[in-house]
Design a binder for this molecule. Structure first.
Ligand code: SAH
Ligand code: SF4
Length: 382
C-alpha cells in the first residue's frame, strides 16, 4: 500500500519564482502597464497605483536595481517582486571618454544587438543623446547611421535603459528636486528615426517626464525627426516635448539627395506640418537643424531661402558643422562660411547657434554613431 505524501498548506501558498528570463522588467513600463502587471501578480487593485509610485521612486529617483532595498514596502511584497519582476538595463559593452569630457556608451541589448548613447557635459547642463532604433531605415547621405540598415526598433525599456546606464555611470542618483543633475536634458538624436518607433519613444518619454519617474521637465527633452510628416503632430499631442526638424536644404532638389524621405514628404509638406504643430509658440519654438556641407547647401542664397521658407514659424536654427566619418562623401563648411550663413539668418531675426562638435575623437559627434560590431563586420567583409 502506498502512502500519500502529506502536502502542507505552507508549500501550496509559497509564490513560485519565475526563471530570470521570464520576469517582467519594470523599466520602461507605463504606469498603467506596471499596475496591470502587479494586479496580475496578485496585488489588490486598490493598491496598484500606490505600489507603482513607490517602485518608480526607487527605480528612477534612487537608481535601485534590487527590490530587497525598497524599505517602505512590506517584506512579503518585496519577496513577490523579486521572484516575478526585475529592474534591468542594457549591458555596457564599452565606455569611451573624450578629451572634452563627452562619454560614449556602447550597449548590448536582447538579440546581441548594439546601440550607442552619448553624454555631453556643458557648463549649464548635461545632455544625453539617446538612440531610438538599431540602425535606421532612412539613408541620409551625410549620416553614418544611415549607412547601417535597420536592425530593429528599440523597446521603451531599452530607451529608458539608456538613461539609467548613464546615470549609473555618472552617479547621478538621489538628487533633490532643486539639486543640479548631471543628466539634465535628453535629445532623441542618437541612432534611428524616432517617429518610425513612435509608441516606444512616447512611452519611454512618459517615464522620463513623470515626476515620480526620471522627473525631467518636458521642455528639457527634444525629439529630432528627418520629417515623418504624418507623425509630427503626435509629438505635440501625445508626448509634449520640444521638436527639432532635420531640415538641411532649401530646395527639394538638394533635400532629395541629402534627406531622401523628402521625396515622400517634400519641403512644402514638412513646413505645413510645422506651421500646424499643436504646441507652437514663442516659448516653445521649433529647432531647425541644418548640417553645413561645403559647397552643397551653405551659400548666402541658401541662407536667404531658408529664412524665407520658415517665415512666420517661431523657430531657431541650429547650424551643425558636418562631422566626417570614414568614406563620407562631404566636407565640413569653412568656419567663415558658417559665420556668414549664420549672420544672414540672424539678421532675419532667428537665433542661429552653431553646434560645437563634441566627442569627435571617439566618433561620438552628431551623425557619427554606428554600432562598433557593424563597423567591424563591414571591415571584415571588405
Ligand atoms: N533620425 C533623426 C535623429 C537623429 S540624427 C533625424 O534625422 O533627425 C540627429 C541630427 O544629426 C540630425 O539633424 C541629423 O541630420 C544630424 N546629422 C546626421 N549626420 C550628421 C553628420 N555627419 N554631421 C552632422 N550632423 C549630422
Ligand atoms: Fe536616420 Fe536621422 Fe541618420 Fe537620416 S540623419 S539616416 S533619419 S539617423
Amino acid at each position: 500500500m502506498t502512502v500519500a505524501t502529506p502536502i502542507t498548506p505552507a508549500v501550496l501558498t509559497l509564490p513560485r519564482a519565475l526563471p530570470a528570463a521570464e520576469r517582467v522588467n519594470v523599466v520602461g513600463l507605463t504606469r498603467e502597464a506596471l499596475a496591470a502587471a502587479l494586479v496580475a501578480a496578485g496585488t489588490p487593485e486598490g493598491q496598484a497605483a500606490m505600489r507603482v509610485s513607490q517602485i518608480w521612486q526607487w527605480a528612477y529617483h534612487r537608481g535601485a536595481r534590487d527590490f530587497g532595498a525598497m524599505s517602505n514596502l512590506a517584506k512579503p511584497f518585496r519577496a513577490m517582486l523579486a521572484e516575478r519582476f526585475a529592474i534591468e538595463r542594457p549591458e555596457t559593452v564599452t565606455r569611451q571618454v573624450s578629451a572634452d569630457g563627452t562619454r560614449k556608451y556602447l550597449l548590448r541589448i536582447d538579440g546581441g544587438h548594439e546601440v550607442e548613447t552619448v553624454y555631453i557635459p556643458e557648463e549649464d547642463r548635461g545632455t544625453l543623446c539617446v538612440s531610438s532604433q538599431v540602425g535606421c531605415t532612412l539613408t541620409c547621405s551625410f549620416c553614418h547611421t544611415g549607412t547601417q540598415r535597420l536592425v530593429r526598433n528599440l523597446t521603451a525599456a531599452e530607451i529608458v535603459g539608456q538613461i539609467l546606464v548613464a546615470r549609473d555611470d555618472l552617479a547621478d542618483w538621489g538628487r533633490k528636486p532643486d539639486e543640479k543633475r548631471l543628466v539634465s536634458n535628453i535629445v532623441l538624436m542618437g541612432m534611428g528615426e524616432p517617429l518610425y518607433n513612435f509608441e516606444a519613444v512616447r512611452d519611454a518619454m512618459k517615464v522620463a517626464m513623470d515626476g515620480e519617474g526620471i522627473a525631467l521637465s518636458r521642455r528639457r527633452i527634444t525629439l529630432s525627426t528627418s520629417g515623418i510628416v504624418p507623425e509630427i503632430a503626435r509629438v505635440g499631442t501625445e508626448i509634449g516635448c520640444l521638436l527639432a526638424i532635420s531640415f538641411h536644404a532649401t530646395t527639394d532638389a538638394v533635400r532629395d539627395t541629402l534627406v531622401p524621405i523628402n521625396r515622400k514628404w517634400n519641403i512644402a509638406a514638412l513646413l505645413a506640418a510645422c506651421r500646424a504643430y499643436p504646441r507652437l509658440s514663442n516659448a516653445e519654438r521649433i529647432t531647425f537643424e541644418y548640417v553645413m556641407l561645403k559647397g552643397v547647401n551653405d551659400s548666402d542664397a541658401d541662407a536667404r531661402r531658408l529664412v524665407k521658407l520658415i517665415a512666420g514659424i517661431p523657430a531657431k536654427i541650429n547650424l551643425i558643422p558636418f562631422n566626417p566619418w570614414p568614406g563620407a562623401p562631404y566636407e565640413r563648411s569653412d568656419p567663415e562660411r558658417i559665420e556668414a550663413f549664420g549672420a544672414i539668418v540672424n539678421r532675419a531675426g532667428y537665433a542661429s547657434p552653431v553646434r560645437t562638435p563634441r566627442g569627435e575623437d571617439i566618433m561620438a559627434a552628431c551623425g557619427q554613431l554606428k554600432s562598433a560590431s557593424e563597423r567591424a563586420r563591414r571591415a571584415a567583409g571588405r
